[in-house]
Write a protein that binds this ligand. Structure first.
Ligand code: FES
Length: 101
């Protein structure tokens, strides 16, 4: 499992949900980082091959990290700051209830 190399103790811990799982992260950190810190590496599937996808460039260029955040589809999770009570889902082509790590 991945873990943070340094924890910013000035940021409050907040709860969020990913595919019906209650998780915690640091407020303001990118959503994909909060997922990685919880051991979740895949946020969607490739529409062509079906392979799991997740963080790749980390700077908003590749769109590999797209997820559904608070009902908005195709949000780049590497550019989206985590907020308390966010509801994050894998994109709609994901099988309901499936969780890949
Ligand atoms: S990881 Fe490339 S756009 Fe988010």
């Amino acid at each position: 499992m991945l873990k943070r190399i340094k924890i910013d103790t000035t940021k409050p811990r907040v709860s969020f949900t990913f595919n019906h799982q209650k998780l915690e992260g640091l407020e303001g950190e990118p959503v994909v980082v909060a997922l990685l810190a919880n051991g979740i590496r895949s946020v969607r599937r490739c529409t062509t091959t079906g392979e799991p996808r997740g963080l790749y460039c980390g700077i908003g260029h590749c769109y590999e990290c797209r997820a559904t955040v608070d009902g908005v589809n195709n949000v780049r999770s590497c550019l989206t700051p985590l907020k308390a009570n966010m509801y994050i889902q894998t994109n709609l082509e994901w099988t309901e209830g499936e969780i890949l790590r």
